[in-house]
Design a protein around this ligand. Structure first.
Ligand code: ASP
Length: 290
């Protein structure tokens, strides 16, 4: 039984196949290839985009979706997550899509079920479908040619599952990655790092801005969001008329991560990422369910 816990669960040929299918779904209506299949979504952490994106993707393919309301589930009554999974599995779903605040939650559950587990984000560890949709957005913009292109990943990288998954995937496709953050947001890494965004802005072709993951901080780690924004917000003054694109997985902290004006700029791909997300998740669900 195969699961999608992290990007390395897919080889490059499989990813190319998924992205090709996703591009087709961006252009044409889906047929009901997953008719008769049933998927369970169980999100223990908040989500706006990922949950709805998976559910829309599954419904477009004709699958039925059961959303487990975690606040009303027996987890709130003290049932262990493994027991919840075993019980869900006994209802014979074709896939379980899970988000959890603990890194490794999906991998743990995989031991108790007989259907694919698709990771919708586990702690600071991985968010594979986000990285796939980011890859699609970048590949489509750069006409499939990512080799040697430079991307700055900016923000709370140490606590970001989006950064982790993208670092693996974008390196695989030949992108050069520069991590840009205050020292306490930088992970241990062999990649190029800097805390001075202005010093590298002229050399990058793309920016991936990330939200400060306050829910994963024990203490406040920056003087104030205003100070942080002064150094790391993507502003018109910073990018001027450069030939550059801006990505962000959302939710965006307006005027902290990206300024209002740039969110309206055609170089900003945030909403395109959301559209691509549905198409990528359609292709991913087909990959694991057919
Ligand atoms: N939506 C992304 C995630 O779930 C990014 C974020 O929350 O900052 O990881």
């Amino acid at each position: 039984m195969r699961h999608l816990i992290q990007t390395t669960d897919l080889d490059t040929d499989e990813i190319n196949e998924i992205l090709k299918k996703a591009n087709a779904y961006l252009k044409e209506e889906a047929t009901h290839t997953l008719k008769g299949k049933m998927a369970v979504t169980i999100f223990f952490e908040n989500s706006t985009r990922t949950l709805s994106s998976f559910e829309i993707a599954l419904k477009k393919l004709g699958a039925s979706v059961v959303r487990l309301d975690v606040s009303k589930s027996s987890t709130a009554k003290g049932e262990s997550i493994s027991d919840t999974a075993a019980n869900l599995n006994a209802m014979k779903p074709n896939a379980i899509i899970i988000r959890h605040k603990n890194a490794g939650a999906g991998e743990h559950l995989a031991k108790y079920v007989s259907c694919p587990i698709i990771n919708g984000g586990d702690g600071a560890h991985a968010h594979p479908t986000q990285a796939l949709l980011d890859l699609l957005t970048l590949k489509n913009h750069f006409k499939n040619n990512l080799k040697g292109k430079k991307i700055a990943i900016i923000g709370d990288i140490k606590n970001s599952r989006v950064a982790n998954s993208n670092i693996e995937l974008l390196k695989r496709y030949g992108m050069e990655i520069i991590l840009v953050a205050p020292p306490h947001f930088l992970p241990q890494t062999r990649l190029k790092t800097t805390s001075n965004l202005r010093s590298i802005i002229n050399e990058v072709n793309a920016i991936m801005s990330l939200r400060t993951q306050t829910e994963r901080h024990d203490t406040q780690t920056y003087g104030s969001l205003k100070d942080y924004a002064y150094d790391f917000c993507i502003t018109k003054e910073l990018i001027k008329d450069k030939d550059i694109i801006i990505l962000h997985p959302g939710p965006v902290h307006r005027n902290v991560d990206i300024e209002d004006e740039i969110l309206k700029d055609p170089r900003c791909k945030v909403l395109e990422q959301v559209t691509n997300g549905v198409a990528v998740r359609m292709a991913v669900m087909e990959h694991f369910l057919l």
